[in-house]
Ligand binder design. Structure first.
Ligand code: UD1
Length: 368
């Protein structure tokens, strides 16, 4: 069996890691196509290195651009790759522009495709990721859902027959990395002289929080007002948007009384180590909400909805608007441990092995 993975953005490299390892263990031919959506070494190369992922076989080098320009360039480039490679499956991951381009290219060329992390919904059609995941689910032939809730959404949309729940592959990789870094000190604690459990870790990069200058100012002002140090890992999009809106991140951080500390993005093991020793996480990232839950670190999500509803239902995540609600939520006490019967909605850490089994079992079954 030959599987071609299409990846391009940071969270996709994390999901690719356990899949690539499982494919190698199973002797599956794996072609990795990197679209080039993320190109900064800290958003791309370090993930391949630290997580032991095979080097990409094909690099499309698409880079940044508006949605149409970026997605269109990937789509145009994928035609030649798929015609040459003719894999048994194209595997796409998550909800970025690279995901949609990979799925659309495959279905148009009648190459069977599978969507990993299928069925997540925010029901917010203003989010580019929501459009990407809905369209990808409807284009793909096999929908690999991480949770029962995700499978339920797919059933509601008439896609139950193509759906299988495999668990969450980010749980696979997190479990391994957590065990490897558990005994090590947190890199941000060391670098910024912060006490164990005495800081929060923050990431803000979504279009909904960064594209509007007033909203971004309000998010940053709220982070600065939290009653303990907040280490903001500045994604390139955040840095670019601050520059565009005339916001001086350093000035926010050095203002009198500010608790904001700005830090470059971290490599994955350093991120997990830094989250593990934090008292809380403040984020608009999907992956980090779930990682915080799995590490049992309280999470404050700066969004009106989340796709990872289990984290909220089990009491470890709260959704807030910037302002007093954010400030208060970031200092709330730890919730109680969830009931063991419902404490593991994201699977047992063996999702990648199930993906291998499902792709193998269904090879040659897709008809166009
Ligand atoms: C993308 C995904 C988002 C995901 C995020 C993870 C889409 C629509 N969005 O958002 O779902 O949560 O990745 O990080 O696919 N930039 C750099 N260097 C890079 C990449 C980007 O400087 O290596 C800057 C550029 O100014 C670029 C901006 O970040 O225009 C946005 O990049 P883009 O890939 O369009 O979206 P992300 O915000 O990274």
């Amino acid at each position: 069996m030959k599987v071609l993975s299409v990846v391009g953005a940071r969270p996709q490299f994390v999901k690719l890691a356990p899949i690539d390892a499982a494919f190698r263990a199973a002797g599956i031919e794996h072609v990795i196509v990197h679209t080039g959506q993320h190109y900064d070494p800290m958003l791309s190369d370090v993930f391949f290195r630290d997580l032991g992922i095979s080097e990409p076989d094909v690099h499309l080098g698409v880079g940044s651009g508006s949605h149409g320009v970026q997605t269109g360039a990937m789509l145009a480039a994928m035609d030649g790759v798929l015609t040459e490679q003719r894999p048994d499956w194209v595997l796409v991951y998550g909800d970025t522009n690279s995901t949609l381009a990979g799925a659309l290219a495959a279905v148009k060329l009648h190459v069977p495709s599978a969507h990993l992390e299928a069925g997540l919904r925010s029901f917010n059609r203003a989010m580019p990721e929501e459009i990407n995941r809905v369209l990808t689910d409807h284009a793909a032939d096999l929908l690999l859902a991480p949770t029962d809730v995700a499978a339920g959404h797919l059933a509601t949309e008439g896609l139950a027959e193509r759906t299988v729940v495999v668990g969450d592959v980010m749980t696979d990789v997190l479990a391994q990395v957590r065990d490897a870094v558990a005994a090590l000190p947190s890199p941000v604690m060391r670098e910024l002289s912060l006490p164990e459990g005495g800081y929060s870790l923050a990431t803000i990069h979504r279009a909904e929080n960064t594209d509007d200058a007033d909203r971004l100012r309000s998010v940053l002002a709220s982070l600065a007002r939290v009653d303990h140090p907040v280490v903001l890992l500045a994604h390139p999009r955040l840095v670019a948007k601050c520059a565009e809106h005339g916001i001086d991140l350093d000035a926010v951080s050095t203002a009198p009384g500010s608790h904001l500390l700005v830090h470059p993005p971290l490599a994955y093991p350093d991120l997990i180590a830094s989250a593990l020793h934090a008292r809380g996480v403040v984020t608009d990232s999907g992956g980090l909400q779930k990682e915080a839950f799995l590490l049992r670190v309280p999470c404050t999500t700066v969004r009106p909805q989340t796709e990872w509803v289990e984290t909220v239902e089990l009491g470890w995540n709260v959704l807030v608007e910037p302002g007093p609600a954010l400030v208060a939520a970031a200092s709330r006490p730890r919730p109680a441990e969830p009931d063991p019967a419902v404490a593991s909605p994201y699977g047992d850490g063996h999702a990648a092995a199930r993906v291998v089994a499902e792709l193998r079992a269904r090879i040659g079954t897709v008809r166009f």
